[in-house]
Design a protein around this ligand. Structure first.
Ligand code: NAP
Ligand code: GDP
Length: 303
């Protein structure tokens, strides 16, 4: 029998890569879909087939992490072997504008899912393994390199909400013996990354400037350092976590950090452009509190 996976956040960057990975491994994949006034499945459209035609291994279910009833219904309907909780208001700067909503989705959303899982398993729903997508933002102002033993010092509503979700996951593992892993994921990017994150914001602008479609790129803090990896590798790490004998928490990172300024220099140089002629500071993109330096030590996961 094919393994069944349930993915929240299936329409996001990681959701798309994870769906590709799981389908390639023969999984039946189910995803939570938010209702939107426009189609929001661009990243997974190439994987989806009309169920009327048959033979599809990918199914989508309407639901939302703010709606506990729907989460329970989807969980009972799908009865998954594995759950990947990727759904989130995932933008750090936006979380300063909508902190309450961010907490509702990221912290309480995770709690709602864990409560549904706890009851599902207690009522004979059978063994389920669950992966929680945590973030290096939880380390905040803790100096690099950061590993699983580094104390968390969150610096944004997003990070504080992810930290609550992290500890809920640990507590549900310890209190109810559930198989739950926390991935502490450092920044990971791809052509599918949302276009308001700095990697795509820069690369998109470089392309448009070279084509004469825009002249300026407005950015915030260029001195922040991030440990940037490729999203495709990070979803493989999520899957590997759930294949281990016992549940645990893992940092996933490259171990190399670069500044936003270096990213900008390299991207513009690649297109034969001088970044100083095009990049300007806009205070709107500066965060009230910044995470200055992230560099992960992923020795545990690598081992
Ligand atoms: P993303 O592209 O922003 O995708 C987020 C997903 O969550 C989308 O499918 C989105 O749906 C869904 N979502 C948003 N609000 C929701 C709600 N209320 N209920 C249900 N689903 C909701 O994020 P990503 O880059 O793939 O990241 C995946 C996960 O890893 C997130 O939890 C993120 O916080 C975490 N993470 C990411 C990074 C990174 O560098 N990418 C690093 C550390 C941790 P719509 O498509 O409808 O908006
Ligand atoms: P984050 O690390 O999860 O917040 O991912 P982002 O890609 O949003 O931001 C990475 C770093 O780039 C942070 O230190 C930001 O402050 C910095 N940055 C500088 N200018 C910008 C900008 O215009 N947009 C974004 N998103 N980040 C910027």
């Amino acid at each position: 029998m094919a393994k069944r996976a349930l993915i929240t956040g299936i329409t996001g960057q990681d959701g798309a890569y994870l769906t590709e990975l799981l389908l390639s491994k023969g999984y039946e994949v189910h995803g939570l879909l938010r209702r939107a006034s426009l189609f929001n499945t661009d990243r997974i459209d190439h994987l989806y087939h009309d169920p009327h035609v048959g033979g599809t291994s990918l199914s989508l279910h309407y639901g939302d992490l703010t709606d506990g009833t729907a989460l329970r219904r989807v969980l009972e309907t799908v009865a998954p072997d594995e759950i990947y909780n990727l759904g989130a208001q995932s933008h750090v700067k936006v979380s300063f504008e909508v902190p309450e909503y961010t907490a509702d989705v990221v912290a309480l959303g995770t709690l709602r899912l864990l409560e549904a899982l706890r009851d599902h398993v207690a009522h004979g729903g059978g063994p389920v393994r669950c992966d929680q997508a945590g973030s290096s933002e939880m380390f905040g102002s803790a100096p690099p390199p950061q590993n699983e033993g580094t104390p968390f010092q969150p610096r944004s509503p997003y990070a504080a909400s992810k930290l609550a979700a992290h500890w809920y996951a640990v507590n549900y593992r310890e209190a109810y013996g559930l198989f739950i892993c926390n991935g502490i994921l450092f920044n990971h990017e791809s052509p599918r990354r949302g276009e308001t994150f700095v990697s795509r914001k820069v690369t998109r602008a470089v392309g448009r400037i070279r084509e004469g479609l825009q002249q300026k790129l407005f950015l915030g803090n260029l001195e922040a350092r991030r440990d940037w990896g490729f999203a495709g590798d990070y979803v493989e790490a999520m899957w590997l976590m759930l294949q281990q004998e016992a549940p645990d928490d893992y940092v996933v990172a490259t171990g190399q950090s670069r500044s936003v300024r270096e990213l900008v220099e390299i991207a513009f140089a690649e297109a034969g452009l001088d970044w100083r002629r095009h990049v300007e500071l806009d205070q709107r993109y500066v965060r009230p509190t910044e995470v200055d330096a992230l560099e992960g030590d992923a020795s545990k996961a690598r081992e």
